[in-house]
Design a protein around this ligand. Structure first.
Ligand SMILES: C[S@@+](CC[C@H](N)C(=O)[O-])C[C@H]1O[C@@H](n2cnc3c(N)ncnc32)[C@H](O)[C@@H]1O
Ligand code: SF4
Length: 450
């Protein structure tokens, strides 16, 4: 079948499955909703991972879908850091014990915006309330534009082992249309200076589907970026959701590539990355074979979480900061998104939780199937059903939904074993959606799948 027909058929509006159930199905809670108990229980089951959200940037990129805002100076950042420190203490108190931490990830927004002594103070608090000695990875999202030397020293002194650099595109005409102008020299200088400071592992964030972007722009950017030697590359399709992110209205929709052009960019980008020696990981990540993410994919231990794909195996991920999401053995909990509300809750001595989602046995089963498809691109349904103590035919209704994709060559079905084909991987989200019990047919809030 013609790929163009497939795009029309399977480019639905479906979640990215960084969680299951997906975030729109979390429910508002009163008080801490029992999150204190979830943290206490999760803290007793071994090492945890921490995610710290820093929702500030110096300027707004018009495509941005992250939870962030512009801070012209450091005043709001200081106020935020004060509340964050209180939150760290509150969470640690709920866990009751200096629990070991396997991974620490700072995301945003732009965590490299933090003034060095603020970063140092927060890190000091984390170290006081948690045991950071087993830390296997300490990662920070960094904006390479104008990355000052003192920020690099701050990251190195804090023991950062990996950075994610937002690059998106190196095409200047496209950069102008998204309000994010950055030269290759700026990126290369950041990479070089970080490596000299001892932070040699880095991820490059790239995007396709941006206004006026072409296949040639995508492949040229990949060619230049690959020369810088990132261990990992993320190639994200621009999610245009102006109903959720009104600043995206500044992007002229007429200039956005249509579904077919986006698809061509994705395939050309994936090919260019393969030519540069990168393995495709799950949906949108690529890694050099010697990178731990590629090794985890090979070993079948890759996982999907709110940061995308990870080789983290900790039993609990604690999200700190406004809008951050925690993943506990009991379920998901998201903090208040509005910074003033989040601060008020914290200074009233409450965990700043806004929405939660406890996992039912059925959720756990479907989550494991969706996780297998998103990470391994294959699943043995009978194995998962037996593990979760369900009858072998329990998910046959979902299986029936895959008859069309199977006939179109996107997924190979052998009894109750599924394997996404080379033709099918760009449609991974739509294939996984067959197992989503909450997806309504008129779902429109998500960005398109491809
Ligand atoms: C929170 S940003 C972190 C990096 C840092 N703030 C910067 O931009 O350099 C994480 C990444 O998400 C991706 N991203 C942001 N908005 C997006 C959107 N609307 N659709 C797809 N990817 C997006 C970009 O690749 C971005 O680098
Ligand atoms: S892409 Fe990064 S720098 Fe740009 S607005 Fe979003 S979080 Fe900030």
């Amino acid at each position: 079948m013609d790929m163009r027909l497939l795009v029309g058929r399977y480019d639905g509006r479906v979640p990215r499955y960084t969680s299951y159930p997906s975030a729109p199905h979390f429910r508002a809670v009163v008080g801490d909703g029992g999150h204190r108990d979830w943290l206490a229980r999760g803290g007793r089951s071994g090492a945890v991972s921490l995610y710290v959200h820093v929702p500030f940037c110096r300027a707004m990129c018009w495509y941005c879908g992250c939870n962030t805002r512009v801070a012209k100076d450091d005043v709001p950042v200081h106020a935020y850091a004060g509340a964050l420190r209180r939150e760290i203490a509150l969470v640690a108190e709920a866990i009751d014990g200096r629990v070991p931490v396997a991974r620490l990830h700072w995301g945003g927004g732009t965590p490299s915006i933090l003034p060095p002594y603020v970063f140092e103070t927060i890190l000091g608090d984390l170290n006081q309330f948690f045991d950071l000695s087993p830390l296997a990875e300490h990662a920070v999202e960094v904006d390479p534009r104008g990355l000052a030397e003192e920020r690099i020293e701050m990251l190195a002194a804090g023991g950062v082992t990996r950075v994610s650099l937002g690059i998106q595109t190196l095409s200047e005409p496209v950069q102008r249309k998204i309000n994010r102008v950055q030269t290759l020299e700026q990126v290369a200088s950041a990479v070089e200076r970080l490596a000299s400071a001892g932070i040699a592992s880095f991820n490059a964030d790239l995007m396709y589907g941006l206004p006026a972007q072409s296949v040639a722009d995508v492949t040229a950017t990949i060619g230049e970026v690959a020369k810088l030697g990132p261990g990992r590359v993320s190639l994200f399709g621009y999610a245009h959701v102006p109903w959720m992110k009104p600043h995206q209205l500044r992007i002229d929709e007429v200039e956005l590539p249509d579904a077919h052009r986006r698809f061509d960019q994705l395939l050309a980008g994936a090919d260019a990355l393969a030519d540069a020696g990168y393995r495709r990981i799950g949906l949108d990540h690529f890694a050099l074979p010697e990178d731990s993410l590629a090794e985890a994919a090979e070993a079948g231990s890759l996982r999907r979480n709110f940061q995308g794909y990870t080789d983290d195996t900790a039993s609990m991920l604690i999200g700190l900061g406004a809008s951050a999401i925690s993943e506990t053995p009991d379920g998901y909990a998201q903090s208040l998104t509005s910074i003033p509300d989040w601060q008020r809750a914290i200074f009233a001595g409450r965990l700043p939780v806004a929405r939660m989602r406890a996992l039912s046995p059925e959720d756990r089963l479907r989550r494991s199937v969706i996780q297998d498809l998103m990470c391994e691109r294959s699943v043995d349904l009978e194995l998962r059903l037996a593990e979760h103590e369900y009858e072998p035919d329990h998910l046959d209704e979902c299986l029936a939904r895959l008859a069309g994709p199977a006939a179109d060559g996107l997924i190979a079905v052998d009894g109750r074993r599924l394997r996404v084909t080379d033709r099918g991987w760009p449609f991974l989200r739509s294939l996984a959606a067959a197992f989503d019990a909450y997806l309504s047919p008129d779902e429109t809030r998500h960005a398109r799948a491809v």
